[in-house]
Design a protein around this ligand. Structure first.
Ligand code: SAM
Length: 258
């Protein structure tokens, strides 16, 4: 990471100065493969119950769960994502805000003095970590932070989906109008996959175009890892509880014995 592409420095995804964090909610709203994901996570917890979200981002899922009566602690490593979640919290209805907390943390080294009815990791959050020692640490944390009988859910990109060639890597993947008569143009600048080790890299270009031309441009790089999470979960005593399809991918479900 951190290389050069054109005259713009490539930054890690979700970093403070990149545009991937700033426009996360806008670009994610366009991702139809997430349709129904909130209902899937909400079904794991009864209203009045609690959930820990690993990689909670801007709070896309956390706020929806809180609106359904679930108390949520969202943990995320990226300050630029947490800042947006905190800003939304300040303007949320008080009864929803009362059920929400966000804090900075690494999902691979969590030591909260709390247990939850569910631990969830929506929209590929676990896939940002390499699927070796880091996943072992994540699952050890999940087992520690789940109540007996608690449920866990991990949405992971399938190796097949990540390995597919793009229909047209040169054209914009998304164009959206934004404030002040501007528009956001998102394109895939570079993509590579190493299916034999389950590693996928892509660099996304974000361009803000105003009436007089390009106003901001950012090249944000992300790495995804794909693997079967079951051995990691079973090694810490969690039971596999099937999978639920979500778009072309799967949400992997687990249960802590009660
Ligand atoms: C694709 S976003 C998903 C956000 C949210 N769960 C959603 O569904 O909209 C992935 C998030 O995982 C976070 N993340 C990546 N590595 C992390 C880590 N080691 N610990 C905690 N969060 C992490 C990123 O900062 C980012 O906000």
């Amino acid at each position: 990471m951190g290389g050069k592409l054109g005259r713009v420095e490539t930054r890690p995804y979700y970093s403070d100065k990149g545009l991937s964090a700033r426009f996360y909610d806008l670009t994610t709203a366009a991702d139809t493969s997430l349709a129904g994901d909130v209902e899937l996570y909400a079904a794991l917890v009864s209203p009045g119950g609690s959930a820990l979200e690993l990689g909670s981002g801007t709070g896309r899922v956390s706020f929806e769960l809180a609106a359904r009566g679930i108390s949520v602690l969202g943990v995320d490593i990226a300050p630029a994502m947490l800042a947006q979640a905190e800003a939304k919290l300040r303007s949320a209805p008080p009864e929803i805000a009362a059920r929400l907390r966000f804090q900075r943390g690494d999902m691979a080294s969590l030591n909260l003095d709390e247990q939850f009815d569910a631990v969830i990791s929506p929209y590929f959050a676990l896939g940002h970590l390499p699927s070796g020692a880091a996943w072992r640490n994540v699952f050890a944390g999940v087992a520690r932070h789940l109540k007996p009988g608690g449920r866990a859910a991990f949405h992971l990109a399938s190796a097949e989906m990540l390995g597919q060639p793009l229909p047209d890597v040169r054209g914009p993947a998304l164009i959206r109008p934004i404030e002040g008569g501007r528009r956001l143009v998102v394109s895939i600048a570079d993509r590579s996959s190493k299916p034999q080790i389950g590693r996928y890299d892509q660099t996304i270009e974000y361009v803000v175009e105003g009436p007089r031309g390009v106003e901001a441009r950012s090249l944000d790089h992300m790495t995804f890892y794909a693997a079967d999470p079951r051995p990691f979960a079973e090694a810490v005593g969690l039971q596999a509880d099937g999978t639920a399809p979500l778009g072309p991918n799967l949400v992997h479900l687990f249960r802590k014995p009660g």
